[in-house]
Design a protein around this ligand. Structure first.
Ligand code: SF4
Ligand code: SF4
Length: 378
């Protein structure tokens, strides 16, 4: 082991990682103790909402060696996911269409990334003497790891004011993964860049979830509300959700570093046909079997039919008030459970109010037209 040139080996690991399709590979130390006060404050503010696992493993997040004993370093990787023809504007502006976060339009990334990380681990093992006890463990979102600070320390980018990782070349449309290893590899230099005076993501956030630079109140974030939360969506936030039925990309869309972000080279992340500008009404009419079939292999399947219907009800309530939508929503009552029904009632209420306002406006217009057309002495 002592004879290994670890700096040279680290360079070969990065090369191998890139051959496996990762855009960037970096190495970070396991000491994240400086992150704990910030994380602790975030948890004390209950910004994690119902994500109890965040609180349960709070301290462990700063100690990767507790997750996999013997860990000395973390190999961090980034994989681009921005699909071609992302159709951001078209989807967000059409209120009768559904918007799905761009990482979720294709196949679930977890399996793909974990397999690639495992391949990288196997390659490392094969390259080193068998007599040494080399071991590794791959993670993709599956463990209490502070992946963004780790990736920053590995030189992959900086944590933006929206709390995601970004960098000058790739913007922020990439997944992160980690390989915990017991090798004394040299650390990469942490990325020292920051957002400067920009605050575009704070301004654009529809629900004002970025409560201060670098701090996201998860309970207000549309990604949390539509994906993580199993409960009713708080009423005051429903209108701001618009037509976003799974996640939200607004803080990334507005980020200047994403203007020239590269497209993914993974066809798995291309948007599947069923999610190419999908009409809300079409998605609403899927029964559970259709949902499971259409979302096979998609990360969206994980939220289940109940949250899917809840999210669609909110989006329909924010969309055009047509008789067809009102009838379809009414037919959905009793289909899932009380929580979904409550969202349907909310949506129907919104649509009926809007229809009433529309009728009033039409009446006022008619009255004005009639008045203009009347003879002066009438
Ligand atoms: S994902 Fe959407 S809701 Fe969440 S912080 Fe970003 S802009 Fe706000
Ligand atoms: S929009 Fe501006 S403040 Fe927000 S992450 Fe991008 S550069 Fe940073």
């Amino acid at each position: 082991m002592n004879s290994t040139d670890w700096a040279a080996f680290a360079a070969r690991i990065k090369q191998q990682g890139q051959q496996l399709g990762f855009r960037a590979v970096g190495i970070a130390d396991i000491d994240l103790s400086q992150e704990w006060p910030r994380l602790q404050q975030w948890l004390e503010n209950h910004y994690h909402g119902d994500m109890d696992y965040m609180a349960r493993h709070g301290d462990m997040r700063c100690h990767p060696e507790q997750l996999h004993p013997g860990t000395l370093k973390v190999i961090c990787v980034a994989l681009d996911y921005l699909p071609p023809e992302a159709g951001f504007a078209a989807n967000l502006k059409q209120s009768d269409s559904a918007y799905v976060s761009r990482y979720a339009g294709g196949r679930d990334y977890h399996k793909l990334m974990r397999n690639r990380l495992k391949k990288l681990g196997d390659w490392i093992k094969a390259e080193l003497p068998e007599s040494d006890d080399h071991n590794f463990r791959p993670f993709v979102d599956s463990a209490p790891l502070l992946e963004r600070p780790l990736a920053r320390n590995a030189g992959l980018g900086w944590v933006g004011k929206h709390s995601l990782l970004l960098n000058e070349q790739a913007g922020s449309w990439f997944f992160l993964g980690e390989l915990l290893v017991n090798l004394p590899l040299p650390n990469d230099e942490a990325n020292q860049q920051d957002c400067g005076s920009c605050s575009a993501c704070l301004t654009i956030c529809p629900t004002k979830a970025i409560v201060e630079p670098y701090v996201v109140d998860g309970r207000r974030c549309i990604s949390y509300l539509t994906i993580e939360s199993d409960h009713a969506i708080p009423e005051p936030l429903r209108a701001a959700i618009g037509n976003r039925i799974y996640g939200c990309d607004d803080c990334q869309l507005v980020c200047p570093w994403n203007r020239a972000a590269p497209l993914t080279s993974e066809s798995d992340f291309h948007i599947r046909d069923a999610l190419q500008q999908p009409k809300l009404l079409t998605l609403w009419q899927w029964d559970e079997a259709a949902f499971l079939k259409q979302m096979e292999g998609s990360p969206i399947r994980r939220i289940g039919f109940r949250r899917w219907q809840r999210n669609l009800a909110v989006a329909l309530g924010n969309g055009p008030a047509s008789a067809e939508v009102i009838s379809a929503l009414t037919q959905g009552l009793g289909r899932v459970d009380e929580m979904v029904d409550e969202h349907i009632h909310w949506a129907l209420n919104q649509l009926q109010q809007r229809q009433g306002e529309y009728r009033n406006r039409q009446q006022q217009r008619l009255i004005r037209v009639v008045e203009k057309g009347l003879p002066r002495d009438a």
